[in-house]
Design a protein. Structure first.
Length: 317
């Protein structure tokens, strides 16, 4: 459950973290600067009175998730939400499947596009081999990746001072345990690197009063969020590197799904898809760049906002 104040405080932290990159973009990419500066400057929020939960009804997110942390987190959460429904449906309707997270990487490169190109090439070759083997095409023997019945994959590129490191995280449903060593050797043969990991998906946090079904759902949510949460670790990058990543990755489809999880689609990040029932009140939050904070007003007072109608927002911790 997320209150109106908690929602605004999360977005406030993300927007404040943009200060240095905005200074850089002011000099080097004014059009992108203006787009990011205006991101989430207006939010129409619906708060359900009984539960205290909130839903964004409308907003103006910049949707430049390759450089904007607020949009990256929101996009990841929306994808995880859509993915959870699909995963639960498939696991309930098909033979026993185990959810795992697979990580595949390629060697570090000097530029983003070059590294992503190598990763995409190796993935495409392995996926093509998997499809042909599953279809029973002559001359295409099964590989370890054939054990993956479906997956949601998301590419990530990091940089910790030794060049750009492209890798892909895959939320996968498997029908038999994958031999990591065999998978590594196969991925290398398709042009990939030796960085390969396979691990069972578990919940990061659990409650003592959780039922088994609630614990399973929490584990799936944790796994999906881990795979989809962001395309790079923004805090590790300089403003110049963040811009370099944006330019190098903006034309690449970083997230995709395949197999029995094909068809997962993200909704519009400017509004929430899931609606609740019951009495509610609407709020309008407006971002003031100079003060680096939101001001919150009842929606019915927005046309003629008065000072005494503003609702104070606690400072983010």
């Amino acid at each position: 459950m997320q209150s109106t104040f908690e929602l605004l405080n999360k977005i406030t932290k993300k927007k404040r973290s943009q200060a240095e990159v905005l200074k850089y973009l002011q000099k080097h990419d004014k059009k992108l600067h203006d787009k990011i500066k205006g991101c989430a400057s207006y939010l129409l929020i619906r708060e359900f009175i009984e539960s205290g939960e909130t839903r964004i009804r409308n907003a103006n997110f910049c949707k430049r998730f390759q450089i904007c942390p607020a949009c990256a987190v929101r996009r990841g959460a929306k994808l995880a939400e859509a993915g959870l429904e699909k995963v639960q449906h498939v696991m309930a309707s098909e033979s026993p499947l185990t959810p795992v997270m697979i990580t595949l990487g390629v060697p570090n490169s000097k530029n983003v596009e070059e590294g992503l190109g190598q990763l995409k090439g190796a993935l495409s070759a392995m996926m093509a081999k998997r499809r042909k083997a599953i279809a029973g095409n002559r001359g295409h023997n099964p590989i370890e990746f054939c054990k993956v019945q479906g997956g949601i994959k998301s590419m990530e590129v990091t940089n910790k001072g030794k060049g750009w490191h492209p890798h892909v995280h895959i939320f996968a449903l498997i029908n038999d345990w994958i031999d990591r060593e065999k998978l590594r050797d196969e991925f290398v043969s398709f042009g990939g690197g030796k960085i390969v990991d396979v691990r069972t998906i578990t919940a990061k946090e659990t409650r003592e009063d959780q039922t088994d079904e609630e614990a399973k759902e929490q584990a799936l949510i944790s796994g999906l969020l881990e795979v989809l949460k962001y395309p790079t670790k923004f805090g590790d990058l300089t403003p110049k590197q963040r811009h370099e990543f944006y330019v190098g990755a903006r034309s690449t489809r970083l997230t995709d799904c395949f197999g029995n999880l094909r068809g997962v689609k993200i909704g519009d990040i400017d509004n929430d898809d899931i609606e609740l029932e019951g009495a509610f009140r609407d709020w309008v939050a407006r971002w003031y760049h100079r003060q680096q904070g939101f001001r919150l007003y009842p929606a019915n007072a927005w046309d003629d906002p008065e000072e005494d109608k503003e609702v104070p927002i606690p400072e983010p911790q």
